[in-house]
Design a protein around this ligand. Structure first.
Ligand SMILES: Nc1ncnc2c1ncn2[C@@H]1O[C@H](COP(=O)(O)OP(=O)(O)OP(=O)(O)O)[C@@H](O)[C@H]1O
Ligand SMILES: [Mg+2]
Length: 228
C-alpha cells in the first residue's frame, strides 16, 4: 500500500463560523493504481489533496505514505517528503511567472541539486511528452491556459515522484488533448513503485482510472472496491 488515510477530519474557522470540510475520511491507494476522486464543487476534494500532500494539517486522523505518518514528521522531514516523494499539479497551476517554461519544469530537479545541464536536458524531454517542445523559451504569461496546465503537469512528473497528485489536470484542455495527456501520464508514471491520484470533473478521462471514489459534503459517498 502506498497511501493510507485514516479518520481524517478538517474544518475551517472556529466557533459559530466553523465549517467542516472533511468528515472522517478513510481510504487507501495501492501501488500501480490511478485513483480518481470525483464530487460536486465544495465537497472537499482540494482540501483532501492538501492534507495528503503535507500542505494543510488535518484536525484529526493520520496520513501514511509508504508507512510514514507524514503529519508526525519534523518540518524539515516534511519538506523533504514533499520534494522527494510527491508531485503535485494545482488546480490553478502556480507556475513561476519570471521563469521560462523550460526553467519552470526544471525547478524540482534544481532543488534536488542535480547539475544544471542535466536539469534542462531532462526538462526538455518532459516538455516534449506534454507536446510543448517548441515553447520552452517562453514565460507562462505567453502561453494559453491549456498550455500552462501542461507545463504544470510536466513539472510534477519531471522528478519521477512516487505519488503524483493532479487537481483537475484537464480542466483547460480540449477532449482529445486531455485524453492524450492523461494516457501519457499514466503510461509514463504508473508502475509497481508509484501511484496517481486525480481529482476531476471530466468524464472523458474516466476510462483511464483504476478506481473512482466519490465525495460529497466532506464524506466519501461511494467506498472504493478493494483491489484494482
Ligand atoms: N482556506 C479555506 N478557508 C475556509 N474555508 C475553506 C478554505 N478552503 C476550502 N474551504 C471550504 O471547504 C469546502 C471544501 O472546499 P474544497 O476547495 O476542498 O472543494 P472542492 O471539492 O475542491 O471544490 P471544487 O470542485 O470547486 O474545486 C468548501 O466549503 C470551501 O468553502
Ligand atoms: Mg477543488
Amino acid at each position: 500500500m502506498l497511501l493510507e488515510v485514516a479518520g481524517v477530519t478538517k474544518w475551517f474557522g472556529e466557533g459559530p463560523a466553523r465549517t467542516p470540510a472533511l468528515r472522517d475520511i478513510s481510504f487507501r491507494v495501492e501501488h500501480n493504481e490511478m485513483l480518481y476522486i470525483v464530487g460536486p464543487s465544495g465537497s472537499g476534494k482540494t482540501t483532501l489533496l492538501s492534507v495528503i500532500s503535507g500542505i494543510l494539517r488535518p484536525n484529526s486522523g493520520t496520513v501514511r505514505v509508504e508507512g510514514k505518518d507524514i503529519w508526525a514528521l519534523s518540518a524539515d522531514a516534511l519538506a523533504d517528503f514533499r520534494l522527494n516523494t510527491l508531485g503535485f499539479v494545482f488546480q490553478d497551476y502556480h507556475l513561476f511567472p519570471r521563469l521560462t517554461t523550460l526553467e519552470n519544469v526544471a525547478v524540482p530537479l534544481i532543488l534536488r541539486r542535480i547539475p544544471w545541464d542535466r536539469c534542462l536536458q531532462k526538462a526538455a524531454e518532459v516538455l516534449k511528452i506534454v507536446e510543448l517542445a517548441d515553447k520552452g523559451a517562453l514565460t507562462p504569461q505567453r502561453l494559453s491556459g491549456g498550455e500552462q496546465q501542461r507545463v504544470a503537469i510536466a513539472r510534477a512528473i519531471v522528478a519521477e515522484p512516487d505519488l503524483l497528485i493532479l487537481d483537475e489536470p484537464t480542466a483547460s484542455l480540449d477532449g482529445d488533448t486531455g485524453k492524450r495527456i492523461v494516457s501519457f501520464v499514466r503510461n509514463e508514471v504508473l508502475n509497481e513503485r508509484r501511484a496517481i491520484i486525480v481529482v476531476t470533473h471530466d468524464d472523458r478521462i474516466y476510462p483511464y482510472a483504476s478506481r473512482i471514489m466519490q465525495m460529497e459534503d466532506g464524506r466519501i459517498t461511494q467506498l472504493p472496491e478493494s483491489g484494482q
